[in-house]
Design a protein around this ligand. Sequence first.
Ligand SMILES: [Zn+2]
Length: 250
Amino acid sequence: MQLELPLALAPVAAPKGALRYIQLGSEIVGYRLRRARRRSIGIVVDDVGLRVAAPGHTPIAEVEAFIREKARWVLQKLSEWRAAPKPPVVNWSDGATIALLGAPVTVELLPGRGGISLENGRLGIGLAPRAEPAALRKRGIAWIKERAQTLLGERLALYAASLGVPTPALALSNARKQWGLCREDGQVRLNWRLIHLPLHLIDYVVAHELAHLREMNHSARFWAVVGRLYPDYQKARSELRRCNHQLPIL
Ligand SMILES: [Zn+2]
């Protein structure tokens, strides 16, 4: 059971499939064609563009006829994606701003010092003199993930106690498309990027995934469990949707 995260948040991975071009109306549109074990042609439009999955034996002419049939929809979706707000990309340098627990934190470089500390809205990162920005980013993200592991573990233990179950095993996820996931074997996976959000939204995601230990579905019974753990869940759900696009790409 998973909570969806929009693709725009995810670190940019190379899309699968060969890049091809097709003329749709007056536009030349690039698309990725992936051969898949499936019965029919499927198309998706998202922030990576147009992607097509087709059965191995379908001739290209047939694939392209299918795309042309859907041309209006494809062009419409592409223009919606182009107009959608894009998440900010963090430029790791002295003075960069990162959201932690819903509040802005300023990165401060401390050349020649060791360690990382968070104090009064400043994230001091010690680095060897003349260190590269890539090293700064790596250290910063490692620290953030460590904090996420600790914090999410604490919240999970708190809500597990409230649900009356032993604290489940926690794994941090780096998933492209989800905030959290509760597996059939009881392991809970939480996206480390949750640490950007205010605590009450993190708690909602934690409560949601834990409730799946009782109900592996999104039935009325499931939402009743969520409601007992986290009474204001409806408000949190819509807030979570709204802040999706503001999360930075680190
Ligand atoms: Zn769910």
